[in-house]
Design a protein around this ligand. Structure first.
Ligand code: ADP
Ligand code: ZN
Ligand code: ZN
Length: 732
């Protein structure tokens, strides 16, 4: 007896059993409609299983097989199986989460999907057999399709009022196959017209392209370590062109939606023949489904997307590019907590194809893989333009600051404006000031629902919590003592912008942070403004640090970089280094030389010395040595059990029980279960949060432990505690 096993989006770690009904082996990977609870729900037919036991359970049959989209292929299903197991997340939710939202529900597909019909093998036999005694509508449809394959529904419907129903029956009986033809989502016009000019590759670039494309169709991971502005994009493009010329499809991943429009325009102008589709969460549901289907049907050549695109079915996948591979955005922070970079590597291995991970500041995990010889290391050490920006440190202990800006930075801005060039003031904190302080009683405005301070947003006259979104009116007096002299402490982007506006009244200022760029259109417009040189000084957060290419930008000033130096997170230094190098890399990308000023109280700190020398290798090797000593990743493997609860203490109680259980399970010393601790932000949106770290010497040991441990956690948690397991966590 065969039963159908169906993946359904519920938080239960099992597939659900059904009688096959209309489903056959050819339908594995297809969406099916199955009765679940009181309604029908969409699931994915994961496979069939044989049962020998006589049926005493009351299994219901699969209600319908949805034929409108091709089935998920075996490779994707296996990849999703792997992810569910590796990240310890329910398989059903993993599989359904890989579909674009529109395909997770019943209902019509995006309207631009035209359906076409064709005869199946058995349908053709029927159509060519002798005509039945009574000519039915079904027969007439079969005959029409025998003459004209791939017919749209209009001529078929025109056969009579019963034709749609007859057609449906033929599809169900599998005499007729229904296919969806996809028109990919409408493409926006390129924002910036790129010269179609094809530069001659530098020697380093040529060598990299040759290495990537040279292997004959086999799995080969490459780490492309190229300094900012060294022309990594050109390397990706050339490798991509070669893959396309062999009829392959290419998956190109970038960390942020913000980076896609510029890249999209670039690829469209340079790889003009290729059919490109974007895939990210900023697309409407219809567009996203349409683009996904186009990729699955092999109709898209370049799939350009953010992390979610890593699960797209791509039948002729020939190359994967992961740009800015070190970026934390590749890690999903809820649900299936996957690392798109790691999944991409898995995918490349599975498909037997090359993958390029590119960065100016590779993740130490990737760098260690390259040093160990498991990834090929390709380097681009020079900029085609020949110059790297000159970086210097400004000792804020010796200079007098005005609203966070040193005299050196103010002077450099004056000079930059005099030369008619663009400057960027980088401060990674939005809002006006990070805290509101009462000088009389030392009260500090805090979020009522979190353990965070409230950020002053002067323009909107409000206080906002950047952790949970709580907002309140800016108080006129201290809520504790009534003192009216409340002081905003420290600087955010708005305060710096305000100061610059008074200091440089004639300069055209533009602030770029999450508050000023709500909506995709706004940020696109801003980028056009910058590119058209209608901006003199940019003030912004990390949104400006990544990937952008503004030719006229020659000065970058970094305010307040010190806070990360003393973080308890062992990755803080790596992150700060990457951020400084990235933002410094924005300067002097055009023909004019760049200058970078970094303000710090600790100019002698080794991290700043490494930034100054622009020496990633030195920094990375020192960090790796430290991590090896401390047994931190990549020299160990971690999982974090996070818990939150409203009733204070319940989350810690749960973790204590989980730790005890874990210690009983961890039989040898290679897996270590630490003590539960409150999370870095111990209270968010009214929930108390705590976490428990598990660390193992080997990935396999950690996995073996988690497979024993995780199933016991549900019972320990009870109803009051929400918990998740984060494998390879990035934030501790
Ligand atoms: P990265 O991504 O490594 O920071 P980009 O790929 O953005 O650098 O390239 C930096 C600049 O160098 C771009 O303006 C690009 O057009 C230019 N460039 C890349 N390769 C070459 C080359 N071989 N010759 C001349 N200019 C190049
Ligand atoms: Zn007070
Ligand atoms: Zn809050």
């Amino acid at each position: 007896m065969e039963i159908a096993r169906v993946a359904i989006d519920v938080p239960v770690d099992t597939l659900f059993d059904y009688l096959p009904g209309p489903a056959t082996a050819a339908d594995v990977g297809r969406r099916v409609l199955v009765p679940f609870g009181r309604t029908d729900t969409v699931g994915v037919l994961h496979g069939f299983a044989a049962t020998e036991e006589p049926f005493d359970r009351k299994l219901k049959p699969v209600a319908r097989v949805l034929q409108d989209v091709q089935p998920l292929d075996d490779r994707i299903l296996r990849l999703l199986d792997f992810c569910a197991r590796y990240y310890h997340y329910p398989l059903g939710a993993t599989v359904m989460g890989a579909l674009p939202p529109r395909l997770r529900r019943t209902g019509a597909l995006p309207s631009k999907l035209a359906k076409v019909y064709a005869l199946s093998e058995s349908g053709r036999k029927r159509a060519l057999a002798q005509a039945p005694a009574r000519i039915s509508l079904q027969w007439r449809i079969l005959r029409l399709l025998a003459v004209e394959d791939e017919t749209g529904s209009a001529p078929l419907r025109a056969l009579g009022p019963g034709a749609p129903a007859a057609l449906r029956r033929l599809v169900t009986a599998r005499y007729v196959e229904e296919k969806a033809l996809v028109a990919p989502a409408v493409e926006p016009a390129p924002i910036i017209a790129y010269p179609i000019l094809r530069p001659t590759l530098t020697q380093e670039q040529a060598r990299a392209v040759e290495a990537i494309c040279g292997g004959d169709e086999q799995y080969r991971p490459w780490l492309l370590h190229g300094i900012t502005g060294s022309g990594k994009t050109e390397v990706y493009l050339r490798a991509l062109e070669q893959a396309l010329s062999q009829g392959k499809q290419v998956l190109y991943l970038v960390p942020e939606i913000n980076l896609t429009p510029q890249l999209e325009a670039f690829l469209r102008s340079r790889a003009a023949e290729a059919r490109l589709i974007p895939l990210h969460s900023g697309l409407g549901e219809g567009d996203r489904a349409r683009n996904w289907i186009a990729a699955q049907r092999g109709e898209a050549d370049i799939i350009l997307g953010t992390r979610l695109a890593v699960f797209t079915p791509i039948p002729r996948l020939g190359l994967i590019v992961v740009d800015e591979e070190h970026d934390a955005s590749f890690k999903q922070q809820e649900g299936l907590r996957y690392s798109a970079r790691d999944v991409a590597v898995m995918r490349a291995r599975q498909a037997g194809i090359p993958i390029v991970l590119g960065s100016a500041t590779p993740a130490l995990e990737s760098y260690a893989q390259a040093l160990a010889g498991r990834y090929g290391l390709l380097r681009l050490n020079s900029r085609p333009s020949g110059r790297s920006p000159a970086i210097s440190l400004v000792d804020t202990g010796r200079e007098c600051l005005q609203e966070g800006l040193s005299a050196t930075v103010r002077k450099a801005l004056v000079d930059c404006l005099d030369r008619g060039e663009q400057g960027l003031v980088f401060i990674n904190r939005r809002g006006y000031a990070p805290a509101l302080y009462c000088r009389a009683c030392r009260w500090i405005a805090g979020c009522p629902r979190c353990s965070s301070r409230l950020v002053v947003h002067l323009r909107d006259r409000k206080l906002a919590c950047h952790g949970c979104g709580h907002e309140e009116r800016l108080p006129v007096a201290c809520v504790q003592c009534g003192n009216q002299d409340l002081a905003p402490v420290g600087q955010g982007t708005q305060r710096v912008e305000q100061f610059l506006a008074t200091e440089f009244p004639r300069a055209r200022l533009l602030r770029v942070d999450r508050d000023s760029t709500r909506g995709k259109i706004v940020w696109q417009g801003m980028r056009e403004e910058i590119a058209a040189e209608r901006v003199d000084i940019l003030v912004g957060t990390q949104m400006l640090a990544k990937g952008h290419d503004f030719p006229k930008l020659t000065l970058v000033a970094v305010l307040n970089a010190d806070s990360a130096l003393f973080s308890t997170d062992f990755r803080a230094a790596e992150r700060l280094f990457a951020q400084l190098v990235q933002v410094a890399g924005r300067a002097g990308r055009g023909s004019r030389p760049g200058e970078v000023l970094i303000q710090t109280e600790f100019p002698d700190h080794p991290l700043f010395q490494a930034v100054l020398a622009q020496d990633y290798d030195r920094f990375a090797q020192a960090q790796l040595a430290e991590r090896r000593r401390a047994r931190f990743p990549p020299f160990s493997y971690q999982a974090l059990l996070r818990a939150e609860a409203t009733r204070s203490g319940a989350e810690l109680d749960f973790l204590e029980r989980g730790a005890a259980e874990g210690r009983a399970l961890a039989l040898d010393s290679s897996v270590r279960v630490y003590d539960p601790v409150p999370a870095l932000r111990a209270r968010v949106a009214g929930l108390d949060r705590a976490q428990l770290l598990v660390q193992a010497e080997a990935r396999a040991k950690l996995q073996a432990f988690l497979h024993k441990w995780c199933p016991s956690l549900g019972a320990l948690a009870g109803r009051k505690v929400r918990w998740t397991v984060d494998v390879d966590p990035l934030d501790l």
